[in-house]
Design a binder for this molecule. Structure first.
Ligand code: ADP
Ligand code: MG
Length: 280
């Protein structure tokens, strides 16, 4: 399934006579089986784009299409994974993953087999009777990924799914997501504010400008897979993306701290994980 955003604008009503322009002429494709990331300063409209594709909201103008057909609402062909996995705390891991399948008019046996398959794919076969509160953050996100995968969507929409995890866990999940993607051939839109994460996982990275969000630049990642974050191709791209992002960040910081604010550039280049805190 191919996703296409065609000259999409989105504004939200703000009070009676005012509106907030959030997306400005967003126009891009995600090809079938492609892994695309969106990065950009916080508040630039990344989650809004994801919601438009999920069918949870509608553009003010322009079109959001799946295989050339206008998206009219949520559908089983698209599943979202959020930062906080959104598991039901009163259900076991197994029940969480089986839940959506049972609503699909599947027999209990089929649903359970599929759920088990999904949980094995994320290496949680031994935790099926655990409750979410008994799991680490990384395990919870694995359950969320399994729950999304078993629905067999065409497109997986991931909104900063690893943002709350520690660096080590995140690296492991990058490896797992890469092999899941290779195995299933899903089309993935991945939102993150971690540049290296975007470059490690994606075929293409779309960099957004500050609000109203526009696609500022597109980067194609050519490094071989499975990706090694220290690949020279990725390191070089990281420098370029960072450079572009600095301009956008400076705009955000000026809004927060006033016009005389300038970014101490050396600090950012020295940061070892390209994680820029709350500003991007
Ligand atoms: P990001 O995910 O890039 O951080 P969002 O897409 O969540 O940004 O939000 C972009 C802007 O739109 C923010 O200023 C946010 O406050 C605003 N916004 C998002 N959803 C709504 C809504 N339903 N109503 C009003 N404003 C919204
Ligand atoms: Mg967001």
């Amino acid at each position: 399934m191919k996703v296409r955003l065609k000259q999409v604008n989105k504004s939200f009503q703000k009070g009676k006579n005012d509106s907030l322009n959030v997306l400005d002429n967003i126009d891009f494709n995600i090809n079938e089986g492609e892994f695309v990331s969106l990065i950009g300063p916080s508040g630039c409209g990344k989650s809004t784009i994801l919601k438009l594709i999920a069918g949870l909201d509608y553009p003010t103008s322009g079109e959001v299409l799946m295989n050339d057909k206008k998206i009219k609402g949520p559908g089983t062909d698209r599943v979202v994974v959020f930062q906080e996995g959104g598991l039901f705390p009163w259900m076991t891991v197994f029940e969480n993953v089986t839940y959506g399948l049972l609503r699909k008019k599947m027999t209990k046996k089929e649903a359970e087999e599929k759920a088990m398959e999904g949980l094995k794919m994320v290496h949680l076969g031994n935790f099926i009777q655990s409750y979410p509160h008994e799991l680490s953050g990384g395990m919870k996100q694995r359950v969320a990924i399994a729950r999304a995968l078993v629905m067999d969507p065409d497109v997986l929409l991931m909104d900063e799914p690893f943002a709350a995890l520690d660096e080590q866990t995140r690296l492991v999940l990058h490896k797992e997501l890469q092999s899941i993607w290779a195995e299933t051939g899903k089309t993935i839109l991945f939102i993150t504010h971690n540049i290296r994460e975007a470059l490690t996982l994606s075929d293409r990275v779309l960099l957004m400008s500050t609000r109203p969000g526009a696609i500022k630049q597109e980067f194609t990642v050519q490094a071989a897979r499975p990706r090694d974050p220290s690949d020279s191709n990725i390191v070089e791209l990281e420098r370029r993306v960072m450079h572009e992002l600095e301009e956008e960040m400076e705009k955000v910081l000026k809004e927060e701290f006033g016009d005389d604010y300038t970014l101490a550039k050396s600090n950012i280049h020295d940061s070892d994980n390209s994680h820029m805190g709350s500003h991007i």
